[in-house]
Ligand binder design. Structure first.
Ligand SMILES: *Cc1c(COP(=O)(O)O)cnc(C)c1O
Length: 402
């Protein structure tokens, strides 16, 4: 019996992670296992660690490539830099920030939760008041999700850095960059981020299974005195193997390492800045389509628009879960569900990772057909037309070797 559901042609995978894997990366991962203690894997790892720094835009950071997901990378960031009872300021703006806050509380930290309506960004006025009042420096860390994947909201990290600098506050800046790093503008060193993290299945366009954490010098320093219990995630074990030149305290996925090598080669060939521009074009085109359909973006203000995911609000008489279900059943198109309290009210279009203009137009035409199927009065071609008219103004990426 087939262990998958067959449909001719390609699946249009438009969830905001896991995302489409480039064929070159799939081929690079089709490998036999290897001894990770042989000279080859440490030699390869050494170069990977240097190259991964480039996607964080850091020269001073230390990379930890951990066999885990984004959730494990969160735990790694928190437990290595903080002690039980430490005060954290954290912003609740959607499902992913909610889950991170839940983890912070369950790990025993004292979390000041700053809540905003879902569809809005982090409330930085509240942060400012807290920093101004905290002359005793009881706040040990600011934890913020750069791009809230549930609502399609991007927070401006430069504003957070500016507030910390204005009040000369020493709190660590911990950033979830899971749906931003390698797709949106992110600058670890320039923005004074102390820990940033991502997961392999998002913009890096790899399979799930590698959590990548980048720790700046202040975070490494903090890890020397932080008393949170940690074993699997302890940076100390990695640092010891880095000094030895063996690089792995426990077994890495050999296939993921080869995949990462191939993924980075493609990223550097396209260029990080071109990748960011491509995501901006795809994000803008998607927003134009949503507008042409007469639907609302869940994101309330332009300053927060996300170039990696768009959450589309449906009219009250339509169940957005039905849209996602029918898209998959009828058109082999995977869209993102509305999560938690916006379940049934929004569906999401993920436009991140290895994706081009025509793939996006395919997705948008699928969305139009489904909207018609569920009884929304959409003019077929309206969103696709608006998106295509915009996209046709740009020359897409052409490989330099041609
Ligand atoms: C996907 C995602 C996560 C969770 O990652 P997992 O790999 O599922 O553990 C965390 N934060 C953000 C912003 C995400 O998009």
């Amino acid at each position: 019996m087939a262990d998958y559901v067959y449909g001719p042609g390609r699946t249009h995978l438009f969830v905001p992670g896991p995302v489409n894997i480039p064929d070159q990366v799939l081929r690079a991962m089709n490998r036999q296992n290897e001894d990770y203690r042989s000279p080859a894997i440490p030699a390869m790892t050494k170069i990977l660690l240097e190259d991964v720094k480039k996607i964080f835009k850091t020269t001073t950071g230390t990379i930890f490539m951990i066999p885990t997901t984004g959730t494990g990378a969160w735990e790694s960031a928190l437990t290595n830099t903080l002690s039980p009872g430490d005060r954290i300021v954290s912003f609740l703006i959607g499902q992913f920030s909610l889950l991170w806050i839940d983890q912070q509380q369950r790990l025993g930290f004292n979390v000041d939760v700053v809540e905003s309506e879902w569809g809005r960004g982090a409330d930085l006025d509240v942060l400012e008041a807290k920093l101004r009042d905290d002359t005793a420096h009881t706040i040990k860390a600011i934890a913020i999700v750069h791009n809230e994947t549930a609502t399609g909201v991007t927070n401006d990290l430069t504003k957070v850095r500016k507030l910390l600098d204005t009040y000369r506050h020493p709190a660590l800046l911990l950033v979830d960059g899971v749906s931003s790093i390698c797709a949106l503008d992110f600058r670890m060193d320039e923005w004074g981020v102390d820990v940033a993290l991502t997961g392999s299945q998002k913009a890096l366009s790899l399979p799930t299974g590698m959590g990548i954490v980048c720790a700046g010098p202040r975070a490494i320093e903090a890890s020397k005195t932080a008393t949170s219990r940690r074993v699997f995630f302890d940076w100390k074990d990695y640092l010891r193997t880095y000094n030895l030149g063996t690089y792995w305290p426990y077994t890495p996925s050999i296939q993921l390492l080869y995949g990462l090598r191939a993924a980075l080669d493609l990223i550097f060939e396209e260029g990080l800045d071109n990748i960011i521009k491509r995501h901006n074009r795809l994000g803008t085109a998607t927003r134009l389509a949503v507008q042409a359909w007469g639907l609302k973006n869940c994101t309330q203000k332009e300053e927060w628009f996300s170039d990696t995911v768009t959450a589309v609000v449906v009219p009250p008489y339509i169940d957005s879960n039905e849209i996602v279900k029918q898209a998959w059943k009828r058109y082999n198109l995977s869209l993102g569900l509305g999560l938690n309290k916006i379940s049934g009210k929004v569906f999401r279009i993920g436009h991140l990772g290895n994706l081009n203009e025509l793939q996006l137009l395919g997705c948008l035409s699928g969305v139009e057909m489904v909207l018609k199927d569920v009884g929304y009065p959409v003019k077929l071609g309206s969103g696709v037309g608006a998106a295509a008219a915009y996209l046709s103004n740009f020359t897409p990426f052409i490989p330099s070797r041609i």
